[in-house]
Ligand binder design. Structure first.
Ligand SMILES: [Zn+2]
Length: 329
């Protein structure tokens, strides 16, 4: 079985692969583990494997059934979850039971993913229990939970247990590098450690930061504006605020500021800069060329140091000092 997309959990992968190659997958699994440990990833891969029409290891990832399954649009893979963050109702459990007796549309099997299965009350669980005991042979039930103890013992005993374990920092890093190829390796490394084995936490955080605007271009323009005002305190405060950036971002910031300084010099020399930021225009008016050249030279030195293993706090302090020195503040 191809479970490459799930990080870590080597023993569990081995167990499932052996089962898939041998007697085949069961009709009911209880997938447990803390929030963010990969329960949904595993369930989706298992569901895809069960509808896959490709040859060799499943899910093949390329057949039409796999594409639909991994795109969450396969008609024979049904997700059951409480509506708007609520519990799964008895009505939903009964609807599931009725649906299970309708034969699959396309695949040989019909797979139900029951998310947060522990939110079913005992009536809802009993409705599902009947299916686990005597459901149609093509139906498969994947119950996901972060609290298996909240499920009836009768439900638990009818399911094969798959318990997801936290992953090691190395496994987390490998996974994040594949999942976020555009993000800096430094950022991914620190997230891999910070998530403490719960990959979902890291993925969520990285997806959220991905939606934020890149702070680097604005920071470079801010610094140039403060330089034009010869605002020593302002520069110092802005540099301190930059300490939260990782070293890759700081390195890009140095490059961005250098590029703005070169544009300022170019403008002073009568050249054209297009587009022309207001901050460059203002700096070209007030900052002496000699000071700009000193800034370029000091920043170039600093950006060379940024490639070595120097902490962000130290780099920001050095940046603040370099700019004040160049401007003779
Ligand atoms: Zn396939």
């Amino acid at each position: 079985m191809n479970l490459e997309l799930l990080a870590g959990n080597a023993a569990l992968k081995k167990q499932l692969s052996a089962q898939a190659a041998g007697r085949g997958l069961s009709h009911a699994y209880l997938i447990s583990g803390p929030a963010g440990s990969g329960k949904k990833t595993l369930a989706r891969l298992m569901a895809a494997a069960m509808v896959c029409t490709g040859q060799g290891e499943k899910p093949c990832g390329t057949c039409p059934a796999c594409k639909k399954a991994l795109g969450n649009i396969h008609p024979d893979i049904i997700t059951v979850a409480g509506e708007k963050g609520k519990d799964i109702s008895v009505g939903q459990a009964r609807a599931l039971r009725a649906d299970a007796y309708i034969r699959p549309n396309e695949a040989d099997r019909k797979v139900y993913l029951i998310l947060d299965a522990q939110t079913m009350n005992s009536n809802a669980q009993n409705a599902v229990l009947k299916l686990l005991e005597e459901g149609p042979p093509y139906a498969v039930f994947l119950l996901l939970t972060d609290n298996p103890g909240a499920l009836l013992p009768t439900i638990r005993s009818r399911c094969e247990g798959l318990s997801l374990a936290p992953v090691s920092p190395g496994e987390a890093q490998d996974f994040l590098l594949r999942r976020f190829p555009d993000k800096s390796a430094n950022l991914l490394r620190s997230e891999a450690f910070a998530c403490e084995g719960i990959l979902g936490t890291a993925v969520k955080r990285l997806e959220e930061t991905g939606q934020e605007a890149d702070p680097v271009p604005d920071a470079a323009l801010d610094l140039l504006a403060l330089m034009a005002k010869r605002d020593e305190l302002g520069l110092c405060a802005r540099c301190v605020a930059l300490e939260k950036l990782d070293r890759d971002s700081l390195s890009r910031l140095f490059e961005a500021l250098l590029s703005l300084l070169r544009d300022t010099l170019k403008l002073q020399a009568g050249g054209t800069v297009d587009p022309l930021p207001a901050q460059v225009k203002a700096a070209a008016k007030v900052l002496p060329g000699a000071a700009l050249v000193r800034c370029v030279s000091l920043l170039t030195d600093l950006s060379l140091h940024a490639d070595f293993n120097v902490g962000p706090g130290h780099l920001c302090g050095a940046l603040s000092a370099a700019l004040a020195q160049a401007l003779e503040l």
